[in-house]
Design a protein around this ligand. Structure first.
Ligand code: KIV
Ligand code: ZN
Length: 514
């Protein structure tokens, strides 16, 4: 079996998804879970892009010990310097440096000749090698590049010291056969190519990212780049879980394997979906709610007689639990703490204590507390990092079929002052949001509102995701509660607080740059 390295870019290309902005705590949470999943490389961000990105990449490099952590860099020395500062404490610092190689990008975006592009690429790799033991070089828009030119520039960057060569299908244009042919061409025409790792990076604009990645493996790629749930720029990237499970289930055909702990897939998918607010479609392969649901009578009958009639992947393989452990109101602090640890969360004693109070409160209203409920509570508790901004104290909403919905809200501002406001609306959520807007005295526009339940049952927790804009800036937020209106209010306040944090960081950055 050939070993295929998995390069996860959920925190870089994935975070470039429209409307997604993760804070440092959320990025760290995802990085820890990616480590548990067993990816080989985590692309933690783009350190030169912003102070927030730099801090997140640095914190992840300092925390994660079992994977290599990398950061993206343009082919300029200041980007490489920033990346080194952020990554130098990592277990295996690695740089990901790129430049575009297609005629369309070189002419219109870079305004450089092909010779200048070669020179810049070689220079950047040489410079990076002064710091980094491992340098990955990417030919942006490789799939629309002239192949002999691509071969020449790759040969030159390998001479300069590149250890990994990545062939991105930046715009999701290539077909599986063509992509495989590019890898075969490069293997035949680039001197010393056998000394480096060849990587595939596919976007899903034509829905072929996973098929293209698998075609690259067949043609000799030894590394696949992608994201959890396939999130990413535009239509997204190749979904790592799909590539890994395809290799596992069809090892007879591909004769290749990843080092992923497949049982961590479902949990990783849930976490990424919760923190990014990008809901996984029910019919999504491997991690969708319906991926293992048999609806037709004929299929159900077949599965009852013999699972493999209609099931090529067992839900347990990817960590879908049919009997996840249940806690209830009689569960003690010890069982509670143990379950949190078993779920892989490292919480301080103070956090456990705070969470235990909320758990008991929930257990009074909800009979069984499942792992999904616990995770929702933990992630909600971790949202509580905005102590200096607005806090929701209480809401009261009145609704009747023949009444005008009315909401009263009480908030605390950063100085501890209570603010109370009331408003009406066409529906309960609108009344609530109108009251919150009045209390905040900010012209907040709601761009997106989504709601889903955590698990099933009438008493399930509600999880609300919102996207808001204020003065042309956007932020997303989420809230969990047993009541949909409380979850809605929490999500709104979370988004507004995040907006302030992002703005505060930008101001600090501007001051530091002066
Ligand atoms: O899609 C792409 O080309 C990229 C590069 C920066 C590797 O994400
Ligand atoms: Zn990309």
């Amino acid at each position: 079996m050939r070993k295929i390295n998995i390069f996860d870019t959920t925190l870089r290309d994935g975070e470039q998804s429209a409307g997604v902005n993760l804070n440092l705590h959320e990025k760290l949470e995802i990085a820890r879970q990616l480590e548990r999943l067993g990816v080989d490389i985590i692309e933690a961000g783009f350190p030169a892009a912003s102070k927030g990105d730099f801090q997140a990449v640095q914190a992840i490099a300092q925390t994660v010990r079992n994977c290599s952590v990398t950061g993206l860099s343009r082919s300029v020395q200041s980007d490489i310097d920033a990346a080194w500062e952020a990554l130098k404490d990592g277990a295996e610092p690695r740089l990901h440096v790129f430049i575009a190689t297609s005629p369309i990008h070189m002419q219109y975006k870079l305004r450089m000749t092909p010779e200048q592009v070669i020179e810049t690429a070689v220079e950047s790799v040489r410079y990076a090698k002064k710091y980094f033991p491992i340098v990955q070089w990417s030919a942006e828009d490789a799939c629309r590049s002239d192949l002999p030119f691509l071969a020449t520039i790759i040969e030159r960057v390998i001479e300069a010291g590149a250890n990994v060569i990545n062939i991105p299908d930046t715009v999701g244009y290539i077909t599986p056969k063509q992509y495989g042919d590019i890898f075969s061409f490069l293997k035949k025409n680039v001197r010393n190519i056998e000394k480096i790792n060849l990587s595939a990076h596919c976007h899903d604009d034509l829905g072929m990212a996973v098929a293209n990645s698998l075609a690259a493996i067949e043609a000799g790629a030894t590394q696949i780049e992608g994201t959890i749930n396939g999130i990413g720029e535009r239509a997204g990237n190749a979904a790592i879980e799909e590539v890994a499970v395809a290799l596992y289930i069809r090892k007879d055909y591909y004769q290749a394997e990843t080092g992923l702990n497949l049982q961590e897939i479902k949990r990783t998918s849930n976490l990424v979906s919760k923190l990014t607010g990008m809901i996984v479609p029910p019919n999504k392969a491997i991690v969708g709610k319906n991926a293992f649901a048999h609806e037709s009578g004929i299929h159900q009958d077949g599965v009852l007689k013999e699972k493999t009639t209609y099931e090529i992947i067992s839900p347990q393989l990817v960590g879908v639990q049919s009997n996840s452990m249940v806690l209830g109101k009689h569960s003690g602090r010890h069982a509670f703490r143990t379950r949190i640890q078993e779920l892989g969360y490292a919480l301080t004693e103070e956090e456990v204590n705070r969470l235990f109070v909320r758990f008991k409160d929930l257990a009074d209203k909800k009979k069984d507390i499942t792992d999904d409920d616990l995770i929702a509570l933990i992630l909600d508790e971790k949202l509580d990092t905005y102590k200096n901004f607005y806090q929701l104290c209480s809401i009261q909403v009145q609704y009747g079929t023949n009444q005008i919905p009315t909401a009263v809200v009480v908030l605390k501002d950063g100085e501890g002052n209570d603010i109370q406001e009331a408003a009406t609306g066409a529906g309960s959520v609108e009344a609530l949001y109108n009251a919150l807007e009045k209390a905040l005295q900010l012209p907040v526009t709601l761009l997106d509102y989504r709601i889903e339940s955590v698990g099933s049952g009438r008493d399930a927790l509600a999880q609300v995701y919102v996207k808001v804009s204020l003065d042309g800036k956007e932020a997303s937020g989420r809230g969990t509660a047993q009541d949909v209106l409380e979850a809605s209010a929490k999500a709104y306040i979370h988004a507004v607080n995040r907006m302030f944090v992002i703005e505060k960081m930008k101001e600090e950055q501007a001051l530091a740059a002066q």
